[in-house]
Design a protein around this ligand. Structure first.
Ligand SMILES: [Zn+2]
Length: 265
């Protein structure tokens, strides 16, 4: 039983490993603008931070982890310099091809660990395609959707805080995981949500319509919601809150990996 790094193994070692009994883990990051204070690699940095910490807790499992896919589908951020994106069909093709190679090595179970909301719907459709076409069970651990954002004050009579991109949650996480890459604060006057900025102008007052999580889905791009690239409010971000969120996520991802490892491939 051991946790292996895909790129560190030799082909002879792959042939000797019981890959059909093991789990492969592929993290999905992104390269896209995250406002004036966070680097464009934020999503990839966070997913790697979560995975590396989780792997330390599951040393009893038989698994192989791949490097994070650093560019995925981020075209909603195309208006902001530094954002790179694969088209939906390109990303699907890349994931099909990577899975074919993973299956050829003998794996029957693949975990896709996703940190970028723009990938979520594609990846859940892909999970069934890969099962039907390649005979691989795909388990989507969509961390960004499974965890509540950072606690922000809910004021009576006000809409709940909205924090999906470069706001308090991600800023706190990166302050905890990679503080050298976060520009110095204070992070005031940044972002937009139901109370401020373009998002408030366009989306407040509806019952069903919301950029994320509403019953009516809307295909937005980030300039519809925000002038500076942040959707949320990073003002209260701090490293201790980030460390607490990271710990919660790492613990839950470790538990999820253990459960997936028990599932017969
Ligand atoms: Zn992000």
């Amino acid at each position: 039983m051991a946790v292996h790094r895909w790129q560190a193994l030799t082909t002879v070692e792959f042939s000797a490993l019981p890959c059909s009994e093991m789990v492969a883990v592929l993290p999905l990051g992104a390269t896209e603008q995250h406002g004036p204070h966070l680097p464009v690699g934020t999503d990839a940095l966070i997913v790697e931070a979560v995975l590396q910490r989780a792997l330390e807790r599951v040393a009893e499992l038989d698994l192989v982890w791949l490097p994070a896919l650093w560019c995925t589908k981020s075209d909603e951020h195309r208006a902001f310099a530094g954002s790179l994106s694969l088209r939906a069909e390109t990303l699907m093709a890349v994931l099909h091809d990577l899975t074919a190679g993973i299956a050829a090595a003998g794996f029957r179970r693949l975990v896709i660990l996703n940190w970028h909301g723009g990938n979520s719907d594609l990846v859940s459709a892909l999970a069934r395609d890969l099962r039907l076409r390649q005979g691989v069970w795909v388990f989507v651990v969509d961390i960004i959707r499974s965890f509540p954002a950072a606690p922000s004050p809910v004021l009576p009579g006000e809409p709940p805080p909205f924090d999906i991109h470069g706001g308090r949650f991600e800023t706190s996480l990166l302050l905890a995981a990679q503080p050298d890459l976060v520009r110095p604060g204070p992070y005031t006057g940044i972002g937009a949500d139901y109370r401020r900025g373009r998002m408030a102008e366009r989306f407040s007052g509806y019952r069903f319509l919301s950029p994320e999580g509403g019953r009516v889905q809307v295909g937005w791009e980030s300039t519809d919601l925000t002038a500076d690239g942040v959707i949320g409010d990073p003002a209260g971000a701090n490293p201790s809150e980030g460390a607490a969120s990271l710990e919660q996520m790492v613990d839950q991802v470790a538990c999820m990996l253990r459960e997936i490892a028990q599932f017969p491939g």
